[in-house]
Design a protein around this ligand. Structure first.
Ligand code: SF4
Length: 94
């Protein structure tokens, strides 16, 4: 949970992970419309528990889902598909 959205990303992995709201909004499939805009669909990742909004295989997600991307302080500014309200997007928008 991000209690301090005004904070800059911290280098510590746990502190970085703690920024996530665990809303699960980033874990829905994306599509690109005819104008090239990335849209989020209503189709969740097969590993997302839609009730808890948690990944069911989080520690092993990169082994089982090749499209899953690790969010880092270095790449979040480039990931234009992160939903509005995402803690990491909000940090990179500053
Ligand atoms: S959209 Fe952002 S805040 Fe929500 S689960 Fe994904 S990474 Fe975390």
């Amino acid at each position: 949970m991000c209690d301090r959205p005004e904070d800059k990303p911290q280098t510590d992995d746990a502190a970085w992970e703690d920024l996530c709201h665990q809303c699960g909004e980033c874990c829905f499939e994306k599509t690109i419309n005819s104008r090239g805009k990335i849209l989020t669909t209503a189709i969740p990742c097969r590993f997302l528990d839609i009730h808890t909004r948690r990944c069911r295989i989080y520690p092993d997600r990169f082994k089982h889902e090749e499209d899953c991307i690790k969010l880092t302080p270095e790449n979040v500014a480039e990931l234009d598909w992160l939903p509005e309200g995402c803690a990491y997007r909000n940090l990179s928008d500053k």
